[in-house]
Design a protein around this ligand. Sequence first.
Ligand code: HEC
Length: 134
Amino acid sequence: MHFQQLISAAILSALLLLAGCAEKAPETSMDGIYTVTQADRGAGLFESLCARCHSVQEFSGRSFDAIWAGVPAAALYARIANTMPLDQPGSLGIPQVTALMAHIFRENEMPAGDLPLEGDMEWLMTISLARPGN
Ligand code: HEC
């Protein structure tokens, strides 16, 4: 192999490695960051805890974008965990908040994945909210 070819091969393998990493580490809510089971549970919770004041359409599509597009997932977590339900703020546990988020994600056609959404704020800060088509 000539020196130039070696360099090209090294660059190519570095790029492949980067592409591989990008596939593994989720960066947005489009990267399969919740499970179907979680979203199902969230749908039930939404009915019992949120539906008397909200319809899920308020958190879907363009209404979702208006507030949440490009925002870290941690902000949505904090909004729900710290301020909702409006008359009982702080009453939800981590599994409830993450299930409610999963329900909202599924309503926005963000794909489900193999691992459940965790309430890890540091990690949620690195995930930006995005839905199909933007
Ligand atoms: C008693 C009525 C009430 C209940 C129950 C309630 N909310 Fe809210 N929620 C509100 C009101 C009113 C606002 C907007 C005013 C504000 O900023 O506080 C709001 C705002 C929000 C927002 C931010 C606005 C947006 O469109 O993104 C989110 C997210 C939210 N609620 C989620 C929930 C979830 C999830 C539940 C169920 C756990 C819930 N709420 C239960 C009354 C309620």
